[in-house]
Ligand binder design. Structure first.
Ligand code: UDP
Length: 237
C-alpha cells in the first residue's frame, strides 16, 4: 500500500490518500488537544497507544456485527481504513453523567442514567460543536432519516458491546462519542474509539482513566490510557 498525498491534518490525526481510491491511511499523532483546540500538548506514546487501542476496539465491534472503517494496522501509529464520506455529526451516548451534560443541565457528576441518553452534536469547532437533533440533520440534509436511525441503533449496539467489555476489565464506560460515514452507501463507524473520545472510570475507585485527566490537568494521561489498554489485554510493546 503506497501512502500518498496528505489530505487532512486534524487535531490529533492526519489522513493520507493511498494508491487505492477506496482506502486511506490515518496517522495517530502525539498531539493532544481539548476545549476546541485551545489547550494543546504533545504526549509521548499517545499516538501509538490510541492507534492500537482503536484497532483492538474496532475489531471487537466488527466481530459483533458493526461495520467499521478498520482494514489493517500498518505500523505503531498508522492504520489502513476505508475511505468514507463522513457525516458531520457526533453521536454521544451516556451511561453516567459527566462533562457537558453536567454543565448544561446543572446535574452532578456520577449519576447513573437510566435509560442511557443519546445526543447529536454538529462537528464544528468554530461553533463549539453545538447540540442538534434529528430535525436539524434532516432539514440541512446532513443525513437521511434512515441514516439517522442506523447511527442511533449502531451507537446503542456499541454501548451494549463495550459496556460489557470494559466491565469485565473492572471499568465503567461513562460516555463516548462516535462518528459515522458512508462506505459505498453503508453507514460505517469511522474516526476512532480511544480514551480521547470516551470517559472510562475504574469501577471501584472511580479514578478517571481517559482524556479528562488532560482536560482537568490531573497528569498521568498516557499512563492511564496504557493502564486501560493493559487491562483489556492490548499488546502495546
Ligand atoms: N467528545 C469527543 N469529542 C468532542 C466532544 C466530546 O470525543 O468534540 C467525547 C468526550 O470525550 C466524552 C463524550 O464525547 O467522552 C461526551 O462529551 P461531552 O459532551 O461531555 O463534552 P466535553 O465535556 O468533553 O466537552
Amino acid at each position: 500500500m503506497q501512502k500518498k498525498a496528505l489530505l487532512v491534518t486534524g487535531k490529533a490525526k492526519s489522513v493520507y490518500a493511498t494508491d487505492d481510491d477506496d482506502r486511506l491511511v490515518i496517522h495517530f499523532r502525539n498531539d493532544t488537544s481539548a476545549f476546541d483546540g485551545e489547550k494543546k500538548e504533545q504526549l509521548d506514546r499517545k499516538g501509538m497507544v490510541n492507534n492500537k487501542f482503536n484497532a483492538f476496539i474496532m475489531q471487537k465491534l466488527a466481530t459483533a456485527g458493526i461495520p467499521t472503517h478498520f482494514i489493517d494496522l500498518l505500523s505503531d501509529d498508522e492504520v489502513l481504513v476505508k475511505r468514507m464520506d463522513m457525516i458531520p455529526v457526533e453521536c454521544v451516548v451516556r451511561n453516567i453523567s459527566a462533562g457537558s451534560i453536567c454543565r448544561r443541565l446543572g446535574v452532578e457528576e456520577g449519576l447513573e442514567l437510566n435509560p442511557p441518553t443519546f445526543e447529536f452534536f454538529l462537528k464544528n469547532d468554530t461553533l463549539h460543536d453545538p447540540m442538534i437533533n434529528d430535525y436539524h440533520i434532516r432539514a440541512f440534509g446532513w443525513a437521511s432519516d434512515e441514516e439517522v436511525a442506523t447511527m442511533k441503533a449502531l451507537t446503542f449496539k456499541v454501548n451494549d458491546i463495550l459496556k460489557a467489555l470494559f466491565a469485565e476489565a473492572g471499568m465503567l464506560l461513562v460516555d463516548y462519542k462516535l462518528e459515522f460515514g458512508r462506505f459505498h452507501g453503508e453507514v460505517t463507524l469511522g474516526d476512532e474509539f480511544s480514551p480521547d473520545g470516551c470517559r472510562l472510570w475504574d469501577a471501584q475507585s472511580r479514578k478517571k482513566l481517559d482524556k479528562d485527566r488532560f482536560r482537568q490537568g490531573l497528569g498521568g494521561v498516557v499512563e492511564a490510557y496504557e493502564e486501560v489498554a493493559q487491562r483489556l489485554g492490548i499488546d502495546l510493546v
